[in-house]
Design a binder for this molecule. Structure first.
Ligand SMILES: Nc1ncnc2c1ncn2[C@@H]1O[C@H](COP(=O)(O)OP(=O)(O)OP(=O)(O)O)[C@@H](O)[C@H]1O
Ligand SMILES: [Mg+2]
Length: 234
């Protein structure tokens, strides 16, 4: 398992076209290359607007890219998320990538516990086992049990973020993409997230994360990867 590469980004280029500004081209990633192996946690650093979230979103196939590749090892086959078909993208997301975005996109009327169970059920885990693991995760992230059966729409920002984290880690995917997972959390919950990330590394996941909080970054990262803003003419 050691030295097994799970993420490989090669000369990735991404720009946005701002249609409301006469098609102005905004370059964000220019020739970014980065790979990560099982057991690693690479902290993506760089100033605000450097393209950190964009890089994660390219790997999750949220964005189309202009050049290069963003490959993930999915069931031992390399899939380029920058050019994969929709069906492949869904399979990779289901089995291989756990993505924790900064904010939970709340699904109306779905209870917190069901949100956390969903990724486990999707990969075929038994309902009882999934429920138990979801409960354990919610307990570890200090979500009061009276909230478990409620939809998170009315939860606090930090509570929603913790539901998001529990969902991302639930099915123990081999690749984890974490976009400021501890931004709205208190010390106890930051500690819980640090533990989850370390466990993921120990079971052989490759983690690519953006950690605003230096203490969290130092506690989990095995190395740093700095993104520099792209010059406007790039
Ligand atoms: N959907 C989009 N459409 C147009 N421009 C975008 C889009 N998403 C991001 N950008 C631009 O791309 C640049 C990089 O954004 P990104 O969110 O990746 O930065 P970041 O490094 O994550 O910053 P922060 O630390 O503030 O979260 C920014 O200048 C942003 O305005
Ligand atoms: Mg960001």
């Amino acid at each position: 398992m050691k030295n097994k590469k799970l993420i490989e980004i090669n000369r990735l280029c991404k720009h946005f076209v701002l249609h409301q500004q006469d098609g102005l081209r905004l370059p964000v990633l220019h020739g970014v290359s980065l790979s990560a192996e099982a057991g690693e946690c690479v902290a993506v650093t760089g100033g605000s607007g450097a393209g950190k979230s964009t890089l994660l979103k390219c790997l999750y196939a949220n964005y189309r890219t202009q050049a290069g590749s963003a490959r993930v090892r999915h069931l031992d086959v390399w899939i380029d998320m920058a050019s994969a078909h929709a069906r492949e993208v869904l399979a990779v997301r289901r089995y291989t990538i756990g993505y924790v975005s900064q904010f939970l996109r709340v699904i109306p009327r779905v209870a917190a516990l069901d949100i956390v169970m969903a990724p486990m059920l999707a990969v075929g885990m038994e309902a009882q086992v999934s429920r138990r693991r979801a409960q354990v995760l919610l307990e570890r992230l200090h979500i009061a049990s009276r909230l478990w059966t409620l939809p998170p729409a009315t939860f606090s920002g930090g509570e929603q973020q913790r539901i998001n984290i529990a969902r991302g880690f639930a099915a123990s995917p081999p690749v984890m993409l974490l976009d400021e997972p501890t931004a709205a959390l208190d010390d106890a919950n930051r500690g819980a997230v640090i533990e989850l990330i370390r466990e993921a590394r120990r079971r052989g996941a490759a983690v690519l994360g953006i950690f605003h909080d230096e203490a969290v970054r130092d506690a989990v990262a095995t190395r740093h990867f700095e993104l520099h803003p792209v010059a406007a003419h790039a």
